[in-house]
Design a protein around this ligand. Sequence first.
Ligand SMILES: Nc1ncnc2c1ncn2[C@@H]1O[C@H](COP(=O)(O)OP(=O)(O)OP(=O)(O)O)[C@@H](O)[C@H]1O
Ligand SMILES: [Mg+2]
Length: 237
Amino acid sequence: MLIVENLRVNYGAINAIKGITLLVPQGSIVTLIGANGAGKTTTLRAISNIIKSSEGSKVLYDSKDITNYPAHKIVEMGLCQVPEGRLIFANLTVKENLEMGAYLRKDKQNFSKDYEFIYSIFPRLKERIKQPGGTLSGGEQQMLAISRALMAKPKMLLLDEPSLGIAPLLTKTIFEKIAEINKTLGMTILLVEQNANLALSVASYGYVLETGEIILEGPAKELESNPEVRKAYLGEA
Ligand SMILES: Nc1ncnc2c1ncn2[C@@H]1O[C@H](COP(=O)(O)OP(=O)(O)OP(=O)(O)O)[C@@H](O)[C@H]1O
Ligand SMILES: [Mg+2]
């Protein structure tokens, strides 16, 4: 579904991404884990062409070379990003935020089905439809950000650190829901995370990013038991 080949990104003289290659098969959850500043957000932004990658980088989505497509076109093709820090509309209600997610869609008659699905996954949002987005808790805002992306009817989701700044109990719920969205809708997901434990628990395959390079990759189960990963990311000495 998504093939990233030899992706390079420079910020001026800084090589933030140094030629990485990733594969996300249709219907799977693949995770890209790495510490602060490893280049996770940069990778997602380059895939969506929000920032430009260097000459020679290649991004194939749904068998099309989208490397030079404008960002809005990529969203229209169904590749949607849930950005780091969520960026929901603080002054709009939960319902209005969800409507914003669907603004490119023309099939308004189908919306009610999608709201039903979202409310079944995140009942908390249903209880808060009239509440301004900015008054939701961090975890609820993350639920809203994911739901808003779902309202665009994407084929694939790019999730940037959904666990960021959220209490452990709620994080667990959110990751269970991510797995449920993948299973129920067959949604392909590239999940960027610093929390390797959680990410590897829902993903089938993982890549470890360190200062712009993939230093390790493998089936999630193997990475979970890999001593290097356990030491660097799972808090073991
Ligand atoms: N606009 C920019 N200009 C210059 N350097 C940047 C810019 N954005 C990111 N960087 C640098 O690129 C590197 C990778 O940053 P990036 O945001 O991709 O990391 P990350 O893995 O998402 O980290 P975090 O877990 O903290 O979100 C960092 O060293 C950062 O300082
Ligand atoms: Mg980031």
